[in-house]
Design a binder for this molecule. Structure first.
Ligand code: AHN
Ligand code: ZN
Length: 332
């Protein structure tokens, strides 16, 4: 080799070295898989994002849906009717629980199942109640007004409904339980974290069927907004890290790396905490996390801004198609 050629080889080598150095993602663990969506062959039915979007709209059209309100009753009945169109079995679990202020709340958890007798099961959940007070709104005059809660968490219920619609057409091989938890969002942090998630606490202590078990669970909370970032939430890492990896790797394979981040965030008291600790089912939380806000949630969180204007079909699609693929692969 001539000296000049050696020099050229060295220049090319250094050039490639510097590219790979720049490519290194800053906050993510090194073992993030490469995006292989170009060659990936999806096996699950197509998740229709327009359909999911319409189901967010339908829930929001009932107005605020907090416990003991007329919107709550009407929307609860609507969700039962919709799930009955698709699922093999729908159970309404009604109860009375105490709010942090001592008042009784009439709650209803809704459980919609496919293949109810199958041993291998996945539990997918979201809360269907809406927060009665916009206590994070930038305008203090709005702090006692109820929110429409398009993202928190009509989005999660909408993803479940669209999944159920597709499952009626192409049946999954394993058992699937969709649970709409009630009374998640009446809590006040200064009254204790257990003032949140009353429906999931009740269900975890009183399952809809004695001895109910699932292999694992996935909770959806605020999965519908523009620019949603999903991170590895703390309790999910603690109780169900292999499920996080399974779901995130699937999202990357499908090409949804804009939404799913391999970055460990803080621990959030949410319905999955009680499903993990009281029901003993390893459960992750797919939740919109923000680096740039004091609350660590999106700017519309618990404000009047949580309405249809923040909902993005692309985010619903990323979450819905990822879950479809995870679930259909379990049967293979
Ligand atoms: C707490 O603020 C303690 N947990 C947040 C759970 C939540 C409320 N998710 C949606 N709304
Ligand atoms: Zn909330």
């Amino acid at each position: 080799m001539k000296p000049f050629n050696i020099f050229k080889t060295a220049v090319v080598f250094v050039f490639f070295l510097s590219i790979s150095a720049c490519d290194e993602p800053s906050k993510k663990p090194a073992d993030k898989p490469v995006d292989t969506n170009i060659s990936y062959k999806q096996i699950s039915p197509v998740f229709n994002a327009d359909s999911a979007y319409n189901w967010v709209q339908k829930q929001v059209d009932f107005g605020p849906r907090f416990c003991n309100s007329s919107g709550h009753t009407a929307c609860g009945n609507y969700l039962v009717d919709e799930f009955k169109r698709f699922a093999d079995e729908v159970i309404e679990q009604k109860a009375v629980v105490k709010n942090f202020d001592g008042k009784n709340l009439n709650i209803k958890n809704i459980i919609a199942s496919f293949n109810p007798t199958a041993a291998k099961r996945v539990l997918i959940s979201a809360h269907w109640d809406s927060r009665p007070y916009a206590d994070q709104d930038p305008n203090p005059e709005n702090h006692n007004k109820p929110i429409l809660a398009a993202d928190d968490a009509a989005s999660g219920v909408a993803v479940m409904l669209e999944m159920a619609r597709q499952m009626k057409a192409v049946r999954p091989e394993i058992g699937i339980d969709f649970i709409c938890f009630d009374a998640e969002d009446l809590g006040k942090s200064n009254a204790g974290n257990d003032t949140y998630c009353l429906g999931s606490q009740y269900w975890s202590k009183n399952k809809h069927k004695p001895g109910y078990k699932a292999d694992y669970g996935i909770l959806l909370d605020m999965v519908g907004a523009f620019n949603a970032h999903f991170i590895w939430e703390g309790y999910s890492v603690e109780y169900a890290e292999p499920i996080l990896r399974k779901v995130w790797d699937q999202a990357i394979q499908l090409g949804f790396s804009n939404n799913f981040y391999y970055y460990k965030g803080g621990s959030i008291t949410d319905d999955h905490y009680y499903v993990n600790t009281l029901a003993g089912i390893p459960t992750i939380d797919i939740i919109h996390y923000s680096e740039n806000t004091e609350t660590r949630f999106a700017p519309h969180w618990h404000t009047l801004g949580d309405n249809m204007s923040v909902i993005d079909r692309n985010t619903l699609k990323a979450v819905g198609q990822t879950l479809m693929e995870v679930v259909y692969k379990e049967g293979k």
